[in-house]
Write a protein that binds this ligand. Structure first.
Ligand SMILES: NC(=O)c1ccc[n+]([C@@H]2O[C@H](COP(=O)([O-])OP(=O)(O)OC[C@H]3O[C@@H](n4cnc5c(N)ncnc54)[C@H](O)[C@@H]3O)[C@@H](O)[C@H]2O)c1
Length: 438
């Protein structure tokens, strides 16, 4: 069982290759090395050098001896400006290439997929307040050929998944930044952080495009996501796709806790006395671990999480004296069981969990926006230089703000971003200094 990772020698794909290996998956990479580099791949990873537009190369990759059962599709052209100049090249690579991959997957009976989509599918969303968060149901209206090819790609994946009973996810990345390790930096000066670093390298002042937007400090606001977090989202996506494919009902953390609570309640009625918490803990981790800790007079991590989320401890701790644990354990398990489900909803912060039937699109962002000036400030701290910037005219087609609602990623994938802006600027700077060909 292996995942074929197209574009695995690229900036994002190379992170995912390493994380998938660390998660115990086998991977095979198909990459034409047009922007990727073979030396980003660990030596044991099979690399098939070829284009996704070349049917024979795609077939060879899908038929690799390691037994490919799913495809993560990163291979694409990604420059917005170039897509305006060369739209047919973008449609050919991003849509035509994807069509070849999908056709060959159908042919080979490979029916699990994770597709690299982009926040570019939303274009300039018409939100009541520009700083409102964009959900997956916000209408998609791309404003350049790159975004259009990504939306068409999602549609193609969704229709194929529906027709052939696949399990597939399209991950809509927001602004990807940083590096998981210094050798995996983003070499292309297309996004804000590498653009600033490239300008500093060239002895120029970095440019800020517009400071008169309707945002708190007047500069554009974006949702920056650390590439290591994005990579972790892919590992989570692979797990969800595999589980759905295996027929398991993919449940949200909220549902899992509710289930655990219900099972704990049943167990509590069957088992009397003090040994119960330990016994139940073996069967019902979430509720019973909490009960076991409470029974011993400690505040368990699940309850601490509730406290952090709600600002209050849900249970008053009881004294555990002579016979206390024995007397109380069953009662505590029952109480934990009855409350954990509804409390879990507060911790997890979701009302309804989506189900993966055939295809779903999922935003991958932090849910927090950072302005260009905030990024510049973080970069000044990372680089250790209080560099000046030049403020110039707005760029055409730059919306004031693009911030992801990340609730679906949490509910479906059990994933949320861990890294902040300084992690991104620090790691981008560390990688920039050792980039090849500098
Ligand atoms: N980096 C971002 O900010 C960002 C944001 C949203 C979406 N995405 C999407 O994520 C994916 C990966 O982006 P990235 O930043 O790692 O870019 P990248 O250019 O570093 O990686 C793309 C990889 O695909 C390979 N490739 C390109 N065309 C190919 C073809 N025809 N056949 C085989 N291999 C091919 C390249 O050699 C490279 O290794 C792309 O689909 C991109 O559209 C990226």
């Amino acid at each position: 069982m292996a995942w074929l990772i197209t574009g695995g020698a690229g900036y994002i794909g190379a992170h995912v290759v390493r994380d998938m290996l660390a998660a115990g998956r086998e991977v095979v990479v198909l990459d034409d090395l047009s922007t990727g580099r073979a030396d980003r791949l660990p030596a044991r990873v099979p690399l098939i050098k070829g284009s996704i537009t070349n049917r024979r190369a795609v077939r060879r990759a899908l038929q690799h001896e390691s037994g490919v059962t799913g495809v993560m599709h990163f291979a694409a052209r990604k420059q917005v400006g170039e897509s305006v100049q060369r739209p047919l090249h973008y449609w050919g690579e991003n849509v035509g290439g994807l069509q070849v991959v999908l056709e060959e997957m159908v042919e080979a009976g490979v029916d699990q997929m994770v597709f690299s989509s982009s926040a570019a599918v939303y274009g300039q969303p018409d939100l009541p307040d520009p700083l409102d968060r964009i959900t997956e149901t916000t209408p998609c209206a791309p404003i350049n050929p790159y975004g259009a090819t990504k939306l068409a790609g999602e549609w193609m994946v969704a229709a194929t998944a529906a027709a052939h009973g696949w399990k597939a996810l399209s991950l809509r990345y927001f602004n990807v930044a940083g590096a998981g390790s210094p050798d995996l930096g983003d070499p292309a000066a297309l996004n804000l952080i590498p653009m600033v670093l490239a300008a500093l390298d060239a002895g120029r002042r970095p440019l800020v495009f517009g400071d008169d937007y309707d945002t708190p400090d007047g500069s554009c606001v974006r949702d920056y996501i650390h590439v290591a977090d994005l990579s972790a989202a892919h590992v989570a996506a692979a797990r969800v796709v595999e589980a759905a494919h295996a027929g398991a009902v993919v449940r949200s953390p909220q549902e899992k806790l509710q289930q655990a609570a219900a099972r704990a309640e049943q167990a509590a009625t069957r088992l009397p006395g003090g040994a119960l918490a330990v016994e139940v803990a073996n069967q019902v981790p979430a509720a019973a671990e909490a009960a076991a800790a409470l029974a011993m007079g400690r505040v368990p991590p699940a309850v601490r999480a509730v406290e952090r989320a709600t600002g209050a401890l849900p249970w008053a701790l009881r004294p555990s004296g002579a016979g206390g644990v024995t007397g109380q354990a069953g009662e505590i398990v029952a109480e934990v069981a009855s409350q954990l489900g509804s409390l879990a909803a507060k911790v997890v912060g979701v009302e309804e969990a989506p189900r993966l039937v055939d295809h779903l699109a999922v935003n991958v962002g932090t849910g927090r926006g950072s302005s260009v000036f905030e990024v510049i400030e973080a970069l000044r701290a990372s680089v250790g230089d209080d560099f000046a910037v030049d403020i110039v005219e707005r760029r055409a087609g730059d919306p004031p703000a693009l911030v992801a609602a990340a609730d679906r990623a949490l509910a479906l994938l059990g994933w949320r971003a861990k890294h902040g802006l300084r992690d991104m600027t620090d790691s981008a700077w560390a990688a920039w200094q050792v980039r090849p060909g500098r």
